[in-house]
Design a protein around this ligand. Structure first.
Ligand code: ARG
Length: 476
């Protein structure tokens, strides 16, 4: 009994070492459902085209149903000898239904089969990731909505720059995750195209109806038109969709990583701006007082591994001649790990930011806790309203460059008195410029500064509220 799908030509069996080296079943078996789905669509089309009989098709469906339940029950026996998910399933099918199982592979190669499976599988994962991105955006908008009037120092160069609304700060991340979702939708369009029918590399002699298969697998555009890879050589060897996905995932992880870095800073005792729920922190085995932000730290760390997968995939493809090469088998582990890492990270961030649903009262509990006082106290350090004073002088007729210089003197004076600009007496301020009046204190206040930035995209509460409304409509 031969153990390989091609053995008649070979004078000796494959060495055990080579078998283990070339086998992929222990990681590609996660494609099993996509593999069965693709095979059923192929068989349906073969029968419709009269290439196999209706009885063969029925037998294949029966066998696949059985295999499906065996895999779901955990009783399916995966064999290293059978190399990969495709040959394992096909061998079992033939064992179950005989010749009909052997007819399934008519007009098909593992080259177009595996490319189809990966695309089908990834399409489903992209949909899950898109849902999670939406959930995370909603969680951030929820926290933002409760913190429109909360002021924290905005930084440039990590030096206090100007006061901003905490909601505004969070909504910056919503913008990033919204772009990530757009990118995922775009990658999905190019993932959702059918390689099947390309066969090994050159197409096939059988009268396949590729568009029929595409439609039955849902590989269609917005108008419902079949999306089929138009060149057989490209169809079997294209892994752009995997690279694009990993690039989009890398960027999304970079956004998570930046947010993580801020959470870690904000949680440190020297900021004390926010707390995350205890279940997302860990203690120290030596220092009894510690609550460490392990989840954001690990997310920051895992970003490196996803970016690494992107480099791995790009490097995997760069030297490959057309068409299929076994190198392509190496696309799976980086892709799988990228999907797992991104999904786990998004899931944990949804809960860490938004909290957990308490079924008793239907409320979300245990998300980010905001210390508004600590944020506001921090915003009062570092002369965050210096720009406002300069703008005030401009409104009094000073050229901006002169106003800038005047305020620099005022900041110097306040620094030497160890006080804020708003704590300098009117007479002292008037010493810098005679046109300064009592109303200056309004613009030197954090709230006055915030309210004044009332242009589209600015941090004034009115603007922030209208952004929240826009996001609510968009995410509904
Ligand atoms: N396990 C292989 C892969 O992942 C399937 C395709 C193998 N094709 C071949 N001609 N060896 O790429």
């Amino acid at each position: 009994k031969k153990s390989q799908a091609w053995s008649a030509l070979f004078s000796e069996p494959m060495s055990e070492l080579v078998k283990r080296y070339t086998a992929s079943v222990f990681f590609d078996k996660r494609l099993w459902l996509a593999d069965i789905t693709g095979s059923l669509a192929h068989a349906e089309m073969l029968a419709a085209q009269g290439i196999i009989g209706a009885d063969d098709r029925a037998a294949i469906e029966r066998g696949m149903a059985q295999i499906r339940s065996e895999i779901e029950a955990g009783t399916f026996e995966w064999k290293l000898d059978l190399e990969d998910v495709h040959l394992n399933i096909e061998a079992r099918l033939t064992q179950l239904v005989g010749d009909a199982g052997k007819r399934l592979h008519t007009g098909r190669s593992r080259n177009d089969q595996v490319a189809t499976d990966v695309r089908l599988w990834l399409r489903g994962e992209i949909d899950l990731i898109s849902d999670l991105l939406k959930e995370l955006q909603t969680a951030l908008v929820d926290v933002a909505e409760n913190n429109v009037e909360v002021i924290l120092p905005g930084f440039t160069h990590l030096q206090v720059a100007q006061p901003v609304s905490f909601a505004h700060h969070l909504l910056a991340y919503v913008e990033m995750f919204a772009r990530d979702a757009e990118r995922m939708a775009d990658v999905r369009r190019r993932t959702n195209r059918l390689p099947l029918g390309s066969a090994a590399l050159a197409g096939t002699t059988y009268p396949l109806d590729r568009e029929r298969v595409a439609v039955s697998l849902g590989m269609v555009d917005d108008q419902g038109l079949a999306q089929v890879c138009q060149n057989s050589l490209d169809g079997v060897s294209d892994r752009d969709f995997a690279i694009e996905f990993t690039a989009a995932a890398s960027l999304c992880m970079v956004h998570i990583s930046r947010f993580s870095e801020e959470l870690i800073l904000w949680m440190s005792q020297n900021f004390g701006f926010v707390k995350i729920a205890d279940r997302f922190t860990t203690g120290s085995s030596i220092m009894p007082q510690k609550k460490n932000p392990d989840v954001p730290e690990l997310a920051r760390g895992k970003t490196g591994r996803v970016v690494g997968h992107l480099m791995g995939l790009l490097t995997l493809m760069k030297g490959q001649p057309l068409a299929y090469n076994k190198d392509n088998q190496e696309d799976k582990e980086p892709l799988f790990d990228t999907v797992d890492t991104l999904k786990d990270t998004l899931r944990i961030f949804c809960e860490m930011v938004g909290g957990q649903l308490n079924p008793a009262n239907g409320q979300k509990e245990g998300g980010i806790t905001v210390n508004a006082q600590a944020m506001e106290d921090a915003a009062k350090k570092g002369y965050a309203t210096a720009t406002d004073l300069a703008d005030y002088l401009v409104k009094k007729g000073l050229p901006f460059r002169d106003a800038h210089e005047t305020v620099a003197h005022a900041v110097k004076a306040a620094t030497s008195h160890a006080c804020d600009l708003s704590e300098l007496p009117l007479a002292v301020l008037q010493g810098f410029n005679a046109s300064i009046e009592k109303d200056v204190y309004e613009c030197l206040s954090l709230r006055g500064s915030l309210n004044a930035r009332n242009t589209l995209g600015g941090t004034a509460p009115a603007q922030v509220l209208s952004q929240i409304a826009r996001h609510r409509t968009r995410l509904a």
